[in-house]
Design a protein around this ligand. Structure first.
Ligand code: AMP
Ligand code: MN
Ligand code: MN
Ligand code: MN
Length: 272
């Protein structure tokens, strides 16, 4: 069992890095990465004290954009002290702070004052993101559920969906590969693209130095994995897999992906 896509409380996950790796080890995961959104603080905090049954590699899920589309790129097995990566993460910290202020402004105009203070209190030092705003909106009684917060205010095309602020896809892949890591296009079907557009994204990603597609993310819908495998073969890429675990949920996947059925020579784990 491998898991190369997980979140800790250093971004929008519920478990501390300690609890996350302990649980993964208990549940039979042999190799994993903590891939928090735009931060490696969780990984750095735990890397020296991982259960011996588990190998933890460096990881991150970087926000970027390709044209006007927001894309997530998972970085694996990089040198966490590489200057290009450290600087890239500093830029993302700033981008997330700027975006949080803009989200709060939009929420204020929709009758929800003091959202920045509220979301920052929820985040409690974590890399701030929309889920912290969603949690605050529930706590403050503005919506009944986080799902509703996304549906009405934070999701795609809604007031709190601030566009055009992330680094480019090219710079993002370069930050990972220059730091000696492998870049993985996260959950390629989440971007809701046509097949033609997704092929164009895949080509742009590969041309930038990206190596793999995430063929299993969480609980794939029927057919999704086949679609992605076709793209992988067609474009000569490798594969990665992950639960995208954030917390226990009836909809999400548990930790760990069984990779025994994945053909030899295709998994990124073989070179990490
Ligand atoms: P951000 O990285 O700040 O843009 O927030 C994106 C994160 O919000 C994703 O990684 C998910 O964890 C979460 N998310 C996205 N859409 C939804 C949704 N509809 N309901 C609940 N959480 C969501
Ligand atoms: Mn998330
Ligand atoms: Mn993602
Ligand atoms: Mn994720």
């Amino acid at each position: 069992m491998i898991d190369f896509h997980t979140h800790s409380a250093a971004s929008d996950g519920a478990l501390t890095p300690r609890d996350l790796v302990d649980r993964a080890a208990r549940e039979g995961v042999r190799r994993m990465a903590i891939t928090d959104h735009d931060t490696i603080a969780g990984y750095l905090s735990i890397r020296q004290s991982v259960p011996s049954a588990l190998e933890l590699i460096s990881g991150v899920e970087l926000s970027c954009q390709w044209g006007r589309v927001g894309i997530h790129v998972v970085g694996l097995g990089f040198d966490p002290s590489a200057p290009v990566l450290v600087q890239h993460l500093e830029e993302l910290d700033q981008a997330r702070r700027d975006r949080a202020a803009k989200i709060a402004h939009k929420l204020d105009r929709n009758g929800m004052p003091d959202a920045l203070e509220g979301a920052m209190a929820v985040a409690a030092g974590a890399q701030i993101g929309r889920p912290h705003f969603a949690q605050w909106m529930v706590l403050a009684g503005h919506v009944d559920s986080e799902e509703m917060a996304f549906k009405r205010f934070l999701g795609r095309g809604k007031p709190g969906d601030i566009s055009l602020l992330w680094p480019s896809l090219d710079d993002t892949v370069a930050a990972i590969t220059t730091a000696g890591g492998v870049a993985v296009l996260a959950h390629p079907l989440e971007y809701k693209m046509t097949a033609t557009r997704l092929r164009a994204l895949t080509d742009a990603f590969r041309d930038a130095g990206g190596q793999a597609l995430e063929v299993i993310n969480g609980r794939p819908r029927p057919g999704d994995t086949d679609t992605l495998w076709r793209l992988v073969r067609d474009r000569g890429l490798q594969v990665s897999v992950g639960s995208d675990f954030h917390r226990d949920s009836p909809y999400g996947a548990g930790l760990g992906v069984d990779v025994s059925a994945i053909p030899e020579g295709t998994g990124v784990w073989e070179q990490l």
